[in-house]
Design a protein around this ligand. Structure first.
Ligand code: ADP
Ligand code: MG
Length: 615
């Protein structure tokens, strides 16, 4: 008896959701905010083969999102069926997912939007005389009739979430929602630079993007300041093609919003591949800063799966390690060219903007990593590999190559010119300098007053010196006749034992003699007498905090920590000759303009800047 009641209860409890509710729920996954609708509509316009797309938005998308395209349009019945769930013209079978050439394939965007907004669609295929108008509201078709309209499609989405007040309450301020919309437009326009885009907000033209090449499109989207900051990345193999631009390390910002990775023309977020790019910048940009990049990866559609999240922003590769290695090596190679000729940051602008400096004729610093076999060439370097096996070979070759060839004759000249300026400065034995309050070095160069922060500069010099000791030439050790003994805490002992070989390369020969002590059998040649116990203790503390804060490789962490430890004491430079030598050492650094901990180390003031102080 009780069994029967239970069954009846179950039968009464379960029911099928109505289409409207099912679509509203599906919309929750795909359409979270106005920007999500913008993304779907723009993608549909691109898939329809449009060469011109207008985005018209009112009130940050709350009241209107309209996309007008000149694509292939829809006929009368298609204009109706496109709002059904699972209605798509882009795939037929599940296998087609692995041959995708379109952005869409799930057939659910329009059905979702129609469930949560009021829509007016006007559309006409190029070859037909009459078009169609269709009005849908909360999945209900209100109007479906022929009309006269221009070819292409216009979809106006009005009052998004009109029937879902709870969702509407989740929306943020207009400026935030508008920011998301702009970002979606960027994600499409930066990869479809062949398409003409116009974006209007509240009746005003906000952005006009004429068809162009990718570099020009980046400049049109982000501004002219990008002009001299972009460097091409290019690699073609049988299994992958990588192209696009990376920005100079100096232009890295704290925000991540200038990072664009595209796979088969689709904007994607991919932690591993982003890491492949970011990791190459590690030593060249301040902590927490993010390099800008615009990189397009093309692989056979059969080697990726894009159907792993409803918004299609994630992608899975068959062999992501291979892509990682190629991407990492290619970016490294381009970056090698840039960092080889680092620019001294004699600019007062906090964003490391060198454009103003350029006009005055800037100084470039020298580098110790010159490749003697380098011969400038005017040809553009694209690495063509014939078999996918040869990528190993390609990658191993990259390690030895410091340069990529300059891109053009003008760059070649510019490069040679840089070198001569550097030489000129280094060889200049007489230049006036002055140590101010022991903390700042002042000198005049190129009609500007340069100010260096001594301790930050020293940290940079020492860091590069130690890193070189760890990676190439170990510091020469002076053996002690009567070794000192140092006593350390248990955790410090663990750290020291872990990095004994590194300490040895830096000139410290330590040997554990009992549970808590080490004998100092050798110290770096020329090291002044000092408190080794304190040096090691402080060094270990800094090493531990570096390890905790930043996940860099061991050598970098060790070099950074020792450089910092050394800078806890003040550098005494009594003579001008010592001060000049210090400046020259600084100029030899690979990255003179920032300290290893990411601080700006120099400032420059022109006559004009100083006049302004008195204005
Ligand atoms: P999907 O893009 O995944 O196919 P959508 O719901 O976004 O699903 O669109 C459904 C269908 O409507 C598309 O497959 C396409 O045939 C048609 N469609 C949508 N937008 C346009 C447009 N702007 N121009 C022409 N056809 C369109
Ligand atoms: Mg779509």
């Amino acid at each position: 008896m009780s069994h029967l009641i239970l069954n009846r209860k179950l039968l009464n409890t379960i029911h099928l959701l109505s289409d409207l509710v099912a679509n509203q729920i599906a919309a929750g996954e795909v359409i979270q905010r106005p920007a999500s609708a913008v993304k779907e509509l723009l993608e549909n316009a691109v898939d329809a083969g449009a060469t011109k797309i207008q985005l018209i938005v009112k009130d940050a998308g709350r009241t209107l999102i309209q996309v007008v395209d000149n694509g292939k349009g829809m006929n009368f019945p298609d204009a109706r069926i496109c709002f059904e769930r699972h209605a798509t013209s882009k795939i037929f079978t599940a296998e087609d997912l692995f041959q995708l050439k379109t952005k869409g394939f799930r057939g659910e965007a329009l059905a979702s939007i129609a469930a949560i907004a009021q829509i007016e669609l006007n559309t006409k295929p190029g070859e037909e005389d009459t078009g169609t108008v269709l009005v849908v509201e909360g999945s209900q078709v209100k109007e479906h009739r022929p009309t006269t309209t221009q070819y292409g499609t216009s979809i106006a989405v009005k009052n998004l979430f009109f029937n879902m007040p709870a969702r509407r309450n989740f929306l943020k301020s207009d400026s935030i929602e508008l920011g998301h919309i702009e970002e979606e437009l960027n994600r499409i326009s930066l990869i479809h630079y062949e398409i003409d885009f116009a974006f209007f907000h509240n009746g005003k033209l906000v952005q006009q993007l004429p068809p162009s090449n990718q570099k020009q499109r980046i400049i049109n989207v982000f501004g002219a300041h990008f002009k001299d900051k972009l460097f091409p990345v290019e690699l073609t193999t049988e299994s992958v093609k990588i192209e696009g631009f990376i920005a100079k390390p100096e232009s890295a910002k704290k925000k991540k919003n200038e990072q664009y990775l595209f796979v088969n023309k689709r904007f994607v977020k991919h932690y591993l591949l982003t890491h492949a790019i970011e990791s190459t910048y590690k030593e060249f940009i301040p902590e927490g800063h993010k390099p800008a990049f615009f990189i397009e990866i093309t692989v056979p559609p059969s080697t990726i799966d894009v159907n792993i999240c409803p918004t299609k922003i994630d992608v899975k590769f068959q062999d992501d390690r291979m892509i990682y290695a190629f991407l990492n090596a290619t970016v490294k190679k381009t970056l090698g060219t840039l960092t080889l000729i680092p620019q001294i940051d004699f600019n007062t602008h906090p964003e490391y903007d060198f454009s103003a400096l350029k006009q005055r004729g800037d100084i470039k610093s020298p580098s110790l990593t010159l490749n003697p076999n380098y011969t400038p060439s005017t040809s553009k370097t694209a690495h063509k590999l014939s078999t996918s096996d040869s990528w190993q070979q390609f990658l191993s070759g990259i390690k030895d190559t410091t340069f990529t060839t300059p891109q053009s004759e003008s760059e070649k000249i510019d490069f040679q010119c840089d070198m001569s300026i550097k030489e000129e400065f280094i060889n200049e034995s007489q230049f006036k300098c002055l140590l101010f309050s022991g903390d700042f070095l002042l000198f005049i160069w190129k009609d500007a007053l340069q100010i260096l922060e001594v301790s930050a500069v020293r940290e940079r010099i020492l860091f590069e010196y130690y890193l070189n000791a760890l990676e190439n030439t170990p510091v020469v050790i002076q053996q002690s006749m009567f070794p000192e003994t140092i006593t350390l805490s248990a955790s410090a002992i663990e750290v020291v034992n872990d990095i004994l070989p590194e300490l040895h390369a830096l000139g410290y020969e330590l040997e554990q003699i009992d549970r808590a002590s080490f004998a100092v059998n050798g110290k770096p040649v020329g090291e002044e007498e000092g408190d080794v116990q304190q040096t090691v203790e402080q060094f270990v503390e800094m090493y531990k905090s570096q390890l905790f804060l930043h996940k860099t490789d061991k050598n970098t962490t060790v070099a950074k920590s020792l450089a910092r430890q050394k800078c806890t004491t003040k550098l005494l430079m009594n003579s001008e000759t010592e001060q000049q030598a210090f400046i020259k050492q600084w100029l030899h650094c690979k990255l003179p303009h920032i300290s290893p901990s990411g601080k700006k180390v120099s400032r420059s003031f022109t006559n004009e800047d100083i006049k302004n102080f008195f204005a």
